[in-house]
Design a protein around this ligand. Structure first.
Ligand code: AKG
Length: 260
C-alpha cells in the first residue's frame, strides 16, 4: 500500500503558541493541495524552545492540541502526526506527540523519553515512560522525538514489535546536521523501515535549526530531502517494500538475542 506523507518543515515563533497555530493551520491547508494521507509537524511546534516560560504558555492537559487537530483531521479526512506540543499536567510539562486518524480520533500520545540535557530539557520537562506504536491506514507505525534517534535500542523496541513506518519530529540544530542525516539513514537501514523525519527551520535566541527534513526508504535511500528554509516535503511511501526487504535480508529473525 502506498501512502503520501507530507512533512511541514516550519519556522516557529519563539514562545508564541497563538502565532504558531495560525501559521501551522495555513501551511496544513496548503499541504492539503497535494492530497496527502498523513501530515507531520515538527517538535514543540506550539511553544518552540521557550522552556523558561513553559509554565505560562504550555497547553493545559493538551486541550488546545486535541481540539484543533482532531477537528482538522476529521474535517479534511487526513491523518496527523501533530509534531509535539508542550503539555501542562499536574505533575509538570511534557513534550508530547499526538496522533490523530482521518476520523479525528486520537490514536496515540507519546511523551519524549530521552530529554536532551545540552538544551536543558531535563530542567523544564518530565520524561515519558512508554513506547509509541499505533496504527494508521492499517499500517503499524512508531513515533519518536528528536534526541530519541540517538538511541537505536529504543527504535528497535518499536520495530521489533512490527512497526514499518517511523515518524520523527524534531528541532534539530544546524551544527549537528551531519549527525541528523547519518542517524536517520542508519535507523532506516538497520530497522528496514521507512523513516519520515520532520525538522523545523529558522532560529531562536540560542540556536539555528537545520531544516533538511528527510523521507528515507527501508533500504536507506533518501527519497526526499528539504532544504534549510520552510518547505512542505512530500513523498509516496510503499509499505510493501518493507516486507520485501525484511525477507531479502532477514535481520529480525537472524538476531541472536540470547547473546545480547
Ligand atoms: O541530539 C541532538 O544533537 C539534538 C537533539 C535535540 O535537539 C533535541 O532532542 O531537542
Amino acid at each position: 500500500m502506498s501512502l503520501k506523507v507530507a512533512c511541514l518543515q516550519l519556522d516557529l515563533a519563539f514562545g508564541n503558541p497563538k502565532k504558531n497555530y495560525e501559521h501551522a493551520e495555513k501551511k496544513m491547508k496548503e499541504a492539503l493541495l497535494e492530497s496527502p494521507d498523513i501530515l507531520i509537524l515538527p517538535e514543540l511546534f506550539d511553544t518552540a524552545y521557550d522552556l523558561q516560560n513553559l509554565d505560562a504558555i504550555a497547553d493545559s492537559e493538551g486541550k488546545q492540541a486535541t481540539s484543533f487537530f482532531s477537528a482538522f483531521a476529521k474535517t479534511h479526512s487526513v491523518n496527523i502526526i501533530a509534531g509535539s506540543v508542550a503539555k501542562k499536567t499536574k505533575s509538570g510539562v511534557t513534550n508530547t506527540m499526538y496522533v490523530f486518524n482521518r476520523e479525528g480520533q486520537e490514536v496515540s500520545q507519546y511523551n519524549k523519553l530521552h530529554l536532551f540535557k545540552l538544551m536543558n530539557e531535563h530542567l523544564f520537562l518530565q520524561p515519558g515512560e512508554t513506547k509509541n506504536i499505533f496504527t494508521l491506514e492499517n499500517s503499524l507505525c512508531a513515533g519518536v522525538i528528536c534526541y530519541d534517534i540517538r538511541f537505536p535500542e529504543w527504535i528497535r523496541v518499536h520495530t521489533s514489535a512490527g512497526a514499518e513506518l517511523l515518524f520523527v519530529v524534531a528541532q534539530w540544530p544546524k551544527p549537528r546536521l551531519a549527525h541528523w542525516k547519518a542517524l536517520l539513514v542508519s535507523r532506516a537501514i538497520e530497522n528496514q523501515c521507512y523513516v519520515v523525519a520532520c525538522n523545523r527551520s529558522g532560529d531562536d535566541p540560542a540556536n539555528t535549526f537545520a531544516g533538511h527534513s528527510l523521507i528515507i526508504d527501508p533500504w536507506g535511500e533518501i527519497i526526499a530531502e528539504a532544504g534549510e528554509n520552510e518547505e512542505i516535503l512530500t513523498a509516496d511511501v510503499d509499505l510493501s517494500t518493507v516486507k520485501a526487504i525484511r525477507e531479502q535480508i532477514p535481520v529480525f529473525t537472524d538476531r541472536r538475542t540470547e547473546f545480547y
